[in-house]
Design a protein around this ligand. Sequence first.
Ligand code: SAM
Length: 228
Amino acid sequence: MEGEKAKDNQSFFWIKSDGQRRLATENLVPGNQVYREKLILKNGVEYRLWDPFRSKLAAAIMNGLDDFPFENKSRILYLGASTGTTVSHISDIVGPSGIVFGVEHASRVARDFLDRVASYRKNIIPVLQDARKPSAYFSVFGKVDVVYADIAQPDQTKIAIENCDMFLKKGGFFFLIIKTRSIDVTKSPKKIIQGEIEKLKGKFEMTQLIDLRPYDKDHWMAIAKFKS
Ligand code: SAM
């Protein structure tokens, strides 16, 4: 499976490194590292190892993610870009004809995201705004195929749904990272997850719920399809 696409419609790869089968994406900017990830050259193609301990999307793949709507030419709205670790791999996947709108509101983090990631990758549009105000995103245009939300706020589900209402195409996918401890420290994780999923009813059809352990404790990923 070295350097082979995982499935026809999937754009991540399994690469053998140090005797282990590891997840990777094809580097859109050869020679460029984002978080000191290992670069591997195979048959003239450079791959970047994708660390599931650093990226929750990679952790979800390791734990059996069924639908992978991040493809060549996809349009993605990513809430909570941070310093761009996961965004950089999505940028590799969607390629030069795709686009990743990366929303981040913290100015120091956003500067790192710009300097280390967005400035090297033409398919990333940094949106230095508060995800609570999607109507203020002056640079996001058209509908997107996927909304990915990882903003670790107590009201993140509500914020993310407002972004879906505004930008997600009908039938598009919604990826929601549920950080159980940031919502209510007194509630059990199971109750928190159930409560967040309840909020998706009506507009979304749930497709999968993934526990991200052992890569990330206290985080789950909910995946849903947008109906309206
Ligand atoms: N998704 C990132 C990754 O995998 O590399 C990590 C995201 S980190 C857990 C959460 C990020 O969301 C932080 O960088 C934080 O500044 C950002 N954030 C929190 N609230 C936000 C808001 N209302 N609007 C935009 N960004 C926000």
